[in-house]
Ligand binder design. Sequence first.
Ligand code: GRF
Length: 214
Amino acid sequence: MNAVERLHISVFASGRGSNFQALLQAIEEKKIPNADIVLVLSNNSDAGALEVARAHNIPAVHLSQKQFATEAEFNRKLLQTLEDHHANFIALAGYMKRIDPALIQRYRNRMINIHPALLPAFGGKGMYGLHVHEAVIASGARITGATVHIVDEQYDHGPIVLQSAVGVEDRDTPETLASRVLEIEHQLYPEAVRLFAEGKINVNGSRVYIRNGS
Ligand code: GRF
């Protein structure tokens, strides 16, 4: 018996899409029950994520603000596209464009992001890609990791769903650290989506509560 609404996930990705692939694989392997990826959306026509989606017969849509006269028109089209595909959940996976506050409001507590550090450290404006790992190494921190959080109106800020830690080694470069963090991202993101799909996530203010058991 399953009283939890099935997740119709739209993935937003601007780049290679390895986190999208990790989600897709977990769904295909039935590690995430009660969920489908109904749409992959990208602001970048060259995004690897769009290619992967097409290869799996998942609707892949390129929507860029440049195609529209105003930001409002772009955002209207984005929302319409989500509705056309009955998306009730959004997973950001390396999406490099600011999300319209109206969309955040519409998908409140139903939009998540993955960040390659242990938030609230090393997040916010400018903290993307290798910049994050450069900043971690420069700080002398001995631990970093990955965070899945709910999206709110501030960058890398909303309630934290899951985190996993990675040690920083003396010999690490931003690239080696990024690749170890990415490995755990690929575990953590599917795990977080599974918790939503099973209806185990409750959000209260800035905190997420995870229900145990079935
Ligand atoms: C990941 O490191 C993720 O944490 C960040 O953007 C990167 C996306 O990588 N938000 P990929 O496109 O999923 O491979």
